[in-house]
Structures are given as C-alpha cells and as structure tokens.
Design a protein around this ligand. Structure first.
Ligand code: PMP
Length: 412
C-alpha cells in the first residue's frame, strides 16, 4: 500500500480513537471456540466411573508422579524413553519450572556443591525475545539474567557456548525449543546437538526445555525438532536437560495437566522435593484427559481442530502486516508455522511509543520490553502479537490500528 503522509496517518489514528475501541491482544490465551473442543471431557469421569485402567481410585490421595495412562501420554509428548522419566504435575508447567528453580536455590541439584542460593552469584542465559514469565522467575529468585540473541535456529549457540564454558556461575538457560514464544522459531538439529554436547563450567548446569508448543502446528507444513533427551543421553549429559509441557493450550488453559520429563536422577530429585509440598496431584483431571485423548496420537488429532480455528487468525495478522507495512522498510515480522505468537520488530526506539499509541486508541498489546530480561528491550523494537483470543473481526481491526501506530511512530 502507498505510504500515507503524516497528516493522513494522524487523521486515520484520530478516527480510530473516536471509535472508543476496547481490543485486547496481550496474552496468548485460547479462544472460547478452542476451549469448547475439549468440553466432552467433562462428562467422561462421572460419579459412577472414576477408576484408572488398573483400578486405582482417583478420588483419593496418592500417585505422586501421576496415573500410569497419563504418564504414558506424556512419555510420547515430551519424548523421553520411559514413563519412569515422567512426573505429572498439576495444571501448570510454569509451576513445575518455578518449583524446579526454587528447589535448586534452597537445596541445589544432585551435582551442586552448595545450594544455588548459597553461591555468591547465579546467572541464567535468556534467549531473547523470549517468554516473559521465564524471566520473571529469574528476577523473583535473584538470578542474574544474561540476554542471548534468539535466531531462527534457536539461541545463538556461538554466544551460548562461549559464555557457559568460561563462567561457572552460569547455571542454566531457558529454551522454548519449538514455535518459540514470541518468535515462533524452532531449534535446528545442530542447535539441539550443540546444547547437549557443549562444555559447561558449571557441573550442575540445566537446560530448562520448555516445550510448550510441541504439537501446536498451524498447518501440515510443520517444523521438526530433534530429540534433546536422546542427544544428551548420547553425550552423557542426560542430567542437563529438564523437559516441560502441558495441556494448557490443548484442553483447558486453566485446567489442563502439566508434566516434567527428565533423567531418573533428576526425577528422583524432583519427587523428593515434590513430596514435601503435596500428597499427590489431581488424578480426576488426569483421568478426564486420558479418557478423552486416549493416547498421544489422539492429542495430535485434536490439535488439528485447534489449527483450523487459529490458523486463519494468524493469516489475517500476516496479511494485514504485509498490506499495511510491507515494502515500507519500517518493520519486520515472523511467520511461524505454529505456536501462539507473531513477533513484530518496529524501528529502533519505537516499540514503547507504538504500544502507547495503540493503547490510547483502545488496542491493548503486551507491554514493550516484556519479551526481554528485566523488561528491557535494549533496542526498544520488539512487540509480541497474540492472535488467538480475539475474534477475527477484532483481530483485523486491532491490526489496522497497530499498523497506523507503527507508521506514526516511525514518522516521528
Ligand atoms: N511456557 C510458555 C513458553 C508459554 O508461552 C506458556 C503460556 N503462555 C507457558 C509456558 C505456561 O504454561 P502452563 O499453562 O502450563 O503453566
């Protein structure tokens, strides 16, 4: 589209402002239509039928690491070799990640000389743009964050390898390996191998492998992710990786089931800590899930229904970005094959201004900077777009407003 003059842009912006819009593109929540897909699950565990395949009573205490049929689904989901390498948690993988770090701070991992909290400094590598809540966990526990560039192949491994080899206070790295939040990038086979085999100065180094979007493809054209657990086992570094995932964006975002996959030593370590905080997870919900999905193939089949609903929303975002900003040399954006986000880069120093302008016109976006450690995007250029929750009409309108804001900010 031909460039509008500043005056024309201002006029357009004013017109949007006068519409009194109230649109929300902030968080990656599933829309109601997606949640509806899993409703039949609620009728699968009844007052007459609440026992597992093996006959265990899911109403009672017990089963700290999950019911066998749920562990079987997560074995394939998280791609570990045995159900013994799985701990099924509650409804949130973020809780499992938070608790893992918390236990490391108070007690350390099996290889730690001292609990992380008793070491003078603990640092984490944070590929960015990345997931804001990972960074909040680090901030919460006083872990110093080091920003590492996120590339189309995953974290910039030249930077990662150099840092972890020379600094033993670097204890870990966050990785969303597939359809990453917010870029949609997937780690290449080489990146996976390098992560598994790199030399780390810290003997208790951990990769927080948050595979939140592993089955969240938008079409048949999908990214492939190499198996990091196998790569670590082959390299003799199997304690290095902790794998997380959940049903939050498969069944119900507030009532899914989460799990962690790891080596037996890590699993036993985690179970020891877990047993201090719970006598067992919600097995009724696990049973609902296993009866509904049956197996991992059932999960994959179900995700095709999600894709049908959300792929057109992603397409609409890309189409409007291309139409309104394409060829103007003021913005770049990702075109993910899966996940929940599109990452938009606007001219340096403009992201905050764009988000502010959009908010004033009634379009709420994730705060600029949120995708970086300490909420500080050094170039002030990244904006995360979350297209799943709003309706198609709302998305189109919000994107048009956003594109006017980008052009206005760029013209300043
Ligand atoms: N990891 C990533 C990368 C996410 O984007 C999200 C949700 N936005 C989560 C974890 C949260 O997962 P859960 O609901 O299982 O806590």
């Amino acid at each position: 589209m031909a460039s509008l003059t500043k005056k024309e842009l201002k006029k357009k912006y004013q017109e949007y402002k006068e519409q009194g819009l109230a649109l929300d593109m902030t968080r990656g929540k599933p829309g109601a239509e997606q949640l509806d897909l899993s409703l039949p699950m609620l009728d699968l565990v009844t007052s007459k039928d609440y026992k597992t395949v093996a006959g265990a009573d899911t109403r009672n205490y017990g089963g700290l690491d999950g019911i066998p049929e749920m562990k079987a689904i997560f074995k394939d989901f998280l791609e570990v070799s045995s159900t013994d390498e799985i701990i099924v948690g509650g409804n949130s993988s973020l809780t499992l990640m938070h608790d893992t770090i918390s236990h490391a701070i108070t007690h350390g991992f099996p290889e730690s000389k001292k609990p992380w909290g008793q070491q003078s400094k603990v640092k984490f590598l944070c590929p960015s743009p990345g997931y804001d809540r990972h960074f909040s966990i680090c901030e919460h526990f006083g872990i110093e964050m080091i920003t590492v560039p996120m590339t189309e192949k995953g974290p910039d491994m030249d930077v990662v390898e150099k840092l972890v080899a020379e600094d033993k206070s670097i204890k870990g790295i966050w990785v969303v390996p597939k359809y990453s939040n917010p870029t949609g990038f997937t780690c290449s086979k080489k990146t996976v191998k390098r992560l598994a085999t790199m030399e780390t100065a810290a003997k208790d180094f951990r990769i927080m492998w948050d595979n939140a979007y592993t089955v969240h493809h938008l079409s048949k054209d999908q990214d492939e992710l190499a198996n990091i657990f196998d790569a670590c086992k082959e390299a003799g570094t199997e304690n290095r990786v902790l794998i997380y995932g959940s049903f939050s964006k498969i069944s119900f975002a507030g009532a899914g089931v989460a799990a962690m996959g790891a080596s037996l030593e890590n699993v036993n370590w985690m179970k020891g800590h877990l047993s201090m905080s719970t006598i067992g997870p919600d097995k009724l919900n696990q049973l609902r899930h296993t009866r509904f999905f049956k197996d991992f193939k059932g999960v994959e089949k179900h995700m095709k229904k999600h894709a049908k609903i959300i792929a057109p929303k992603f397409e609409a975002v890309i189409e409007i970005l291309e139409k309104e900003l394409g060829g103007k040399d003021i913005a770049t954006w990702t075109q993910p094959k899966g996940g929940y986000f599109i990452s938009l880069d606007v001219p340096k120093g403009c992201a905050k201004e764009v988000v502010k302008l959009a908010a004033e016109a009634g379009v709420k976006l994730t705060a600029a900077g949120a995708t970086f450690p300490y909420k500080n995007d050094p170039k002030d250029e990244n904006i995360r777009i979350a297209p799943t929750l709003p309706s198609m009409g709302e998305i189109k309108l919000a994107m048009r407003v956003l594109c006017v804001c980008v052009q206005l900010a760029a013209a300043k």
